[in-house]
Ligand binder design. Structure first.
Ligand code: COA
Length: 170
C-alpha cells in the first residue's frame, strides 16, 4: 500500500465504533470503549487513525495507535490494523506518525506478548530492543510481557543496520 492510498490523521471520538470493531478482531482481551475514551481525553496522548483516502471509501478505518506520555517516556499502549489490511505498511505508517509527533529524540517503551512475533518484528524495525520481562503480565493467559525500549541510540543503531545489514550485530 503506498502512502497515497493511506491517510494518517488524529483519532477522534467518532472513530470509536470502528476502533472497537477492529479491536475485537485483533485481541483476545480487547480494550473497552471506556479505555479508549480515557486515552483520547488525555492531552498527553498521541492517538492516530489510518483511514482510506477520500476518493476510495472515505472515513473507513484501517488501523489505529494509542501512545501516552508518562513523565519523560512515551508508552505505546495499543496498535492494531484491520486483519484483511495487514502487511501493507499501515502499522509502520502509524508508528512513523507517533514518532514524528512525539519527536525522533524521545524515548518510547511498550509491552508485547512473546507469542506475537509479528509485532516484535515490527517494533525491532523501529529500533525497539528487548529490555526484560514482566512476569504474568497478561491476565487472560498468564503470559509474561516482553518489555521493549526505543531510545535515540537504539533507533540510530537500527537505522545503521538497515543500511548496512552485513555489519549487523545483536
Ligand atoms: N509476521 C511477521 N512479521 C510481521 C508481521 C507478521 N504477522 N506483521 C508485521 N511484521 C513485520 C514485518 O517485518 C513487516 O514488514 P514486511 O511486511 O515488509 O515483512 C513489518 O513488521 C511492517 O509491517 P506492517 O505492514 O507495517 O504491519 P501491519 O500493518 O500488518 O500491522 C500489527 C502489524 C502487529 C499491528 C498487526 O498484525 C495487528 O494488528 N496485530 C493484532 C494486534 C497486535 O498484536 N498489536 C500489537 C500488540 S503489542
Amino acid at each position: 500500500m503506498s502512502t497515497q492510498q493511506l491517510t494518517i490523521r488524529p483519532l477522534g471520538y467518532s472513530d470509536l465504533p470502528q476502533v472497537i470493531a477492529i479491536e475485537r478482531r485483533a485481541f483476545p482481551s480487547p480494550w473497552s470503549l471506556a479505555m479508549f475514551v480515557l486515552e483520547l481525553s488525555k492531552p498527553s496522548s498521541i492517538c492516530l487513525a489510518a483511514v482510506e483516502p477520500q476518493r476510495a471509501r472515505p472515513g473507513r478505518l484501517l488501523g489505529y495507535v494509542i501512545c501516552s506520555r508518562y513523565a519523560d517516556v512515551w508508552h505505546v499502549m495499543n496498535i492494531a490494523v484491520d486483519p484483511p489490511r495487514r502487511r501493507r505498511g499501515i502499522a509502520t505508517a502509524l508508528l512513523e506518525g507517533v514518532i514524528a509527533g512525539a519527536g525522533e529524540n524521545e524515548s518510547f517503551t511498550l509491552e508485547v506478548r512473546p507469542s506475537n512475533p509479528g509485532a516484535i518484528a515490527l517494533y525491532q524495525r523501529f529500533g525497539f530492543r528487548t529490555a526484560g520481562t514482566r512476569p504474568r503480565y497478561y491476565q487472560d493467559t498468564g503470559e509474561d510481557a516482553v518489555i521493549m525500549w526505543r531510545t535515540p541510540e537504539s533507533a540510530a543503531a537500527e537505522a545503521l543496520n538497515a543500511r548496512h545489514p552485513a555489519s549487523e550485530t545483536t
